[in-house]
Write a protein that binds this ligand. Structure first.
Ligand SMILES: Nc1ncnc2c1ncn2[C@@H]1O[C@H](COP(=O)(O)OP(=O)(O)O)[C@@H](O)[C@H]1O
Ligand SMILES: [Mg+2]
Length: 249
């Protein structure tokens, strides 16, 4: 069974802006796939569909399945337990007075014993490099730190599918390196929207290219990103990492 299946998904915002056009793709369990495309391509809009935040009024026929479960009522709470969505904007995700409460929110909602919740929070914060941050106030943190808190909040819920919207923006080089290693070490299915093409090359064997709300290409990352004409046509660039000999490879 596919971890994620999107079939003929189209969407217009209520003001009439067309954002997604007949998108179809699948992710196998454990696959890590990059989602690239210029600003306004529809990446974030697609992601908001993957756990049912959009559309505002669900269509009768579900075009999306997560681990076989249709993303529509009455299955949305099941879907949201399976899909961890990292928002493009961390402030859209953090709403508690302390980091600990934000990270514990999911596990607490499931009614897990407090000792289990505490262990999950401690482990999740450690994994994102924020050990000892539990008592801090999220709104006092830097953007990069906030993004890590958001990721910790997802990890604490043991998601089957991680959907990450520009996870490395605002991270310093060390933070980016650590995040890359973390994503590589996580056995869960991952769909990662990013302009960080080196991250895509290093973390995602397969890539989807979105432009103007359409899925214009998909394939093996190294082949697709090395296609200079295709990349330029869609507002992107072939990453340097594919141009030069690199001793770390
Ligand atoms: N709330 C909204 N209302 C109307 N149009 C929107 C809204 N959010 C995004 N859009 C439009 O939808 C298109 C896709 O946007 P988005 O999914 O944010 O692209 P990306 O994440 O690839 O940059 C763009 O044309 C954008 O202007
Ligand atoms: Mg976006």
């Amino acid at each position: 069974m596919n971890a994620l299946e999107v079939r003929s998904l189209s969407y217009n915002y209520p003001d009439g802006t067309p954002a997604l056009r007949e998108i179809s793709f699948t992710l196998a369990p454990g696959e890590r796939v990059g989602l690239i495309g210029p600003n306004g391509a529809g990446k974030s809009t697609l992601f908001l569909h993957l756990n049912g935040i959009l559309p505002e009024r669900p269509a009768r026929q579900a075009a999306i399945h997560v681990c076989g479960v249709p993303v529509q009522e009455p299955h949305l709470s099941t879907v949201r337990a399976k899909v961890g969505l990292l928002f493009q904007e961390p402030d859209d995700q953090l709403f508690c007075p302390t980091v600990e409460e934000d990270v514990a929110f999911g596990p607490r909602q499931w009614g897990l014993p407090e000792s289990v919740v505490h262990a999950k929070v401690t482990e999740a914060l450690q994994r994102v490099g924020l050990r000892g941050y539990g008592h801090r106030q999220p709104h006092h943190l830097s953007h990069g730190e906030k993004r890590r808190v958001c990721l910790a909040a997802l990890l604490a819920c043991d998601p089957e599918v991680l959907v990450l919207d520009e996870p490395t923006s605002d991270l310093d080089p060390r933070g980016r390196r650590e995040l890359k290693a973390l994503l590589q070490s996580l056995p869960v299915t991952q769909l990662i929207a990013t302009h960080d093409l080196e991250l895509v090359v290093e973390v995602c064997p397969r890539v989807l290219l979105l432009d103007g709300g359409r899925l214009v290409a998909q394939g093996a990352t190294r082949e697709l990103l090395a296609d200079e004409d295709l990349m330029l046509k869609h507002g992107l660039e072939k990453p340097h990492i594919l141009s030069h000999f690199h001793p770390h490879w």
